[in-house]
Design a protein around this ligand. Structure first.
Ligand code: HEM
Length: 411
């Protein structure tokens, strides 16, 4: 019988129900049969081996900006050429997010932002503990609730909002704008979603510009103030660069961390032996979070572009060819993680790839880790016998991300 053709990038997203149900059936097959897979329709390589993924994301000579990709790389080109109607955000914010930026700009903008963020993260444990306790208290004595809506979703948005110094009364709007703005990375979005992207980008930009002006006039103890002060002291950062990257923290700071917390609650309830280990040894919180990040990474892939003719995984690659690197695939590579499909919170194998790597390594990783290390044990301390009336996970459909739409628990 003829073998099924190897899956392309589109089939490696949750828009494909088979992938959504079990991504590893497809990723394992690719890793075994064609680890440096060229998808001719998407015009990109798709990598699934741990060593190849780590090698590519750690190679800081590779490009991140989609404008460097060859014409054949249709998904990358679509990001460059997308002309989203209705965007009124100032021109000086376009292309200024560190997420898709290369040096010298990346090396100029990321370090001051990272330094200011890490300084705040280093002292925000009491803040995270207070936010977590507040959200658990707000659940009251409900016996059944949606742990996404009531817990995984409100904790990260509240924490990042307080770090940045944005208005606590507008969290629902920030969440809506974050979900809208992130759809700019989804090449398969609908026209209605494109309108949502424009609306969200405009609203986020207008809000951030206004707040920067306010903080210049009246400084507060927050990250927006830190950044405008750094600029006033001579840091070479434009208003557009500060604004769009603070928006990036607001967006990045909630969606993925929500998925991490939701995935962790679901995994621990469905792996009672692992939950028992955590309950009996709270010091396992950190390795539990790393294992959730490995086993059910909130982000599927990241990307890079070859800046020269080179070889990857033994295959020749030409300058300007594009790579989708599967963080999820790397995280289940048996060459790096013995028995990779076993969820084991006491693992001490290779570091996982959930936060990418090299100079683009997720800037929010320390914050995401801290929030999850506090939120998840606190949830199970409050609800030690939490159960799932429906253990089937309902995954969101957003390409390149993996998180739950809802997670009803009985407590
Ligand atoms: C579990 C939670 C998170 C996951 C799984 C995650 C994952 C990632 C990944 C895979 C990348 C791309 C790295 C690469 O290409 O090598 C990234 C970049 C980034 N993340 Fe996160 N992230 C998370 C939380 C956060 C948080 C909390 C923030 C903000 C406070 C954030 C902000 C960013 C930003 C700004 C970048 C771009 C960094 C750069 O390109 O220099 N992320 N993240």
């Amino acid at each position: 019988m003829a073998k099924e053709p190897l899956p392309g990038v589109f089939e490696l997203t949750p828009l494909n129900p088979k992938f959504s149900e079990n991504p590893h059936a497809l990723l394992d097959r690719l890793r075994a049969e064609c680890p440096v897979h060229r998808d001719p329709a998407a015009g990109t390589f798709f990598l699934t081996r741990y060593d190849d993924v780590r090698g590519v994301v750690s190679d800081n000579s590779m490009w991140r900006g989609p404008q460097f990709a060859e014409e054949a790389a249709v998904i990358q080109r679509a990001l460059v050429e997308q002309n989203i109607p209705g965007i009124t955000a100032p021109e000086d914010e376009r292309g200024k997010s560190i997420l898709l930026m290369d040096n010298p700009d990346h090396a100029r903008i990321r370090p001051p932002l990272a330094k200011a963020l890490y300084k705040r993260v280093a002292r925000c444990r009491p803040l995270v503990e207070a936010v977590v306790a507040e959200k658990l208290d707000a659940i009251g004595d409900a016996k059944r609730f949606d742990a996404m809506a009531k817990f995984a979703l409100p904790v990260p948005i509240d924490v990042i909002a307080r770090i940045l110094g944005v208005d606590q009364n507008r969290l629902a709007e920030f969440r809506d704008w974050s979900e809208g703005a992130i759809l700019s990375l989804n090449p398969f979005r609908s026209p209605a979603e494109t309108e949502w992207v424009a609306r969200s980008i405009n609203a986020l930009s207008a809000y951030m510009r206004e707040l920067m002006d306010k903080r210049r006039k009246s400084p507060q103890d927050d990250l927006v103030t830190d950044m405008v002060q750094l600029q006033a002291e001579g840091a070479p950062l434009s208003d557009g660069e500060i604004s769009v990257n603070l928006q990036g923290l607001l967006i990045g700071g909630n969606l993925t961390t929500t998925d991490l917390i939701g995935n962790a609650i679901w995994l621990l309830i469905t792996h009672q032996q692992e939950l028992a280990k955590l309950k009996s040894d709270p010091a396992l919180a950190a390795s539990m979070v790393e294992e959730v990040l490995r086993y059910e990474s909130p982000v599927d892939v990241t990307g890079r572009i070859a800046s020269r003719d080179m070889e990857v995984g033994g295959c020749p690659v030409k300058k300007a060819q594009s790579f989708f690197v599967s963080l999820r695939g790397a995280n289940r590579d048996p060459a790096a993680f013995p028995d990779p499909h076993r969820f084991d919170i006491t693992r001490h194998d290779a570091p996982h790839m959930a936060f990418g790597g090299g100079s683009h390594l997720c800037i929010g990783a320390p914050l995401a880790r801290l929030e999850a290390q506090i939120a998840i044990p606190a949830f199970f301390a409050r609800y030690p016998d939490a159960k799932l009336p429906d253990p089937t996970p309902h995954w969101r459909q957003m390409p390149f991300f993996r998180g739950l739409k809802e997670l009803t628990v009985d407590v």
